[in-house]
Each structure stands twice: as structure tokens, then as C-alpha cells.
Unconditional design. Sequence first.
Length: 353
Amino acid sequence: MNTAKIPATIVTGFLGSGKTTLLRHILDNANGRRIAVVVNEFGELGIDGEILKGCGIGCDDSGNEVQGTLYELANGCMCCTVQEEFFPVMKELAARRDQIDAVLIETSGLALPKPLVQAFQWPDISNVFTVDAVVTVVDTPAAAAGQFAAHPEAVDEQRRADPNLDHESPLHELFEDQLGAADLVVLNKTDAVDAAALAKVQAMVREELPAEVKIVHASHGRLPLDVLLGLSKAAETTIDLRPTHHDHDEDHDHDEFDSFVIELPAVDRDKLLAAVEQLVGTHDILRVKGFAHVPGKAMRWLLQGVGRRIDTHFDRAWKADEERTTRLVFIGQNLDEAALRAGLAGVAADVTA
């Protein structure tokens, strides 16, 4: 029996920073490593899990397990449900330790990583696993735009001009806490900014980090695996020394964040995109993601948005036994579900034409 501790890499980062893409890159380049994946989702529907499964991670098209197992925790933020959900999952993985070379854990974009790392101090977990590293992924274009500036007073003018920044302060604290737990910071989407913006974000992030924490640059999460894995930080042994904004909270929750799942029939792609853009412009929507059934297309249409930036593409073919439907998750603050549904009322496709 293998008695060496199994390294666990915790991937954290704000909404839409590219955590799932980074995980996909790691697993696509596993080169024989047997990797178990734990994916946490904030919201009622595990869209990120669907995206991962869509590119063959966790199980293949026939449902057989490949490259480890995809565990998806869909019932709230992992740092809030760690005793209820995380512990049983890790116990199950521990029972299969001879089948696993490494563990990847993706936190919710609204999660605090520190309590999760502290959970690796529990005897039943610490005897089997160690936190190889906490990797914090930063959305470089968003940071360059001032959405997660180190000093909120410096973006007061932007906050007044842009309703998407009304709730900058609590989100900024979460962002700082994600950086505070990091052993490695990935500035992602660097292809979308110029050299001056990249230098600005690098300087802002560096102010939040100890000197020994490295910052690396990436586009689409593509980095050599030797940069991301095998760092041997044993972060659970030092996490208590890292101060955060929430160290003295007896309980933290995300009641201030709303999450709605909206299911639709087949949609007109252009109408759906226009409706989502309109909703994002008029509501405090932090994140929208999901997939759509577009008539006449054999592939599922994926939609992901952060703030006012919305990306779309066809990600995979519909399976023969899969219901072709449209599902969208909206995450934000003070959201009016009825208004969101009303805004999407006219996007159904005319399948009789």
C-alpha cells in the first residue's frame, strides 16, 4: 500500500478567472497521472461540472471513468459546507489512495480558501493528504480595469460611473483573501491586455503577497505542469499564520449573493445573447454561465460572462440520450429572478420556420 501523502492542489480565484480552464489544461496533459478532481459550485446547477465532463474529464462518452473521478459539490460554497460535504469526499478518496496520484480541488469563485486548507489539518485527512499548493487564478483584464484594485478609494469614480462596481468592497475583500492564501498566483488571460496593464496588475497583486510567492503569466490557463504541480508547500502547516479579513468571523455566509438557474427551451442564439447583454447592463449580475440548445446545431452552445464580457462557443456534441435544453445560472447581488426571467421571455427559437 502507498503510504506517501497524496498531494492536493487547491485552485481558487474570483468568478470567471479561468479556474475550470486551468483544470482542463492540467488533466489534458496529465501524461498518465491518476488525478481525482473535486469541483465545487456556487449555485443550484453544476455548470462547471458539465463543462468539465464535456471535454472528457471524469468520464468518457460511454460513462466510464477515466483519468480519475470528477466529484462535484453543488450545495453551496465549499468553505461553508466543508464538514458536511468535503470530509466524506476526502474519506472516499483516502479509501482509494492506491488509485490516485494527485487531487485537484476547484473552489467556488465566492469561497474563502483558508478554511479549506485548514481542513487538511484534521487527522483523518492529514494522514493521507497534504496541500501541495494553493494556486490563485486572477482575471488579469478585470483587475486591470480596476474591479479588484488594492485600494477601493482609488476606484470611487469608476464605482459611481459603473453600476457593476457598486459592491466592490466585499468582493475586494474576498479577492484579497484568495491572494493571501496563495502559494502561486497565475495572472490569467494576459493575451487580452497590453504590457502596461499587465505591469499594473502584477504590481497590485505583488503588494498582497509575501516575497516567496511566485507570480506567473498565462493565457487560457496554459502553463507547464511542473510549474503548477509538485510544489510541496504543505500549505496546511502554515495557513494559520496567514491573516485574512475573515479570521475572526464566527460564521461567514454568502447571503448577499443571489444565484438563480433559469431553464429554457430551444433558443435563438442572437436573441439570447442580446437579452443576456441587456440584463447584464441593467442588473448587478457578477457572473452568467450555462449552455443552450440552438435548433439545427448538433453541438451545445456554451455561454460564459463576467461583468459585461460575454464569451460564447460550441463546446461539444449533444449525446444521443441527452435532453437538448437551455440552462443558465445567474450569480449576483440583489437580483430579481422575475425580472431576469422576463428579460429572457423573447429568446425562444421559432422551430416552425
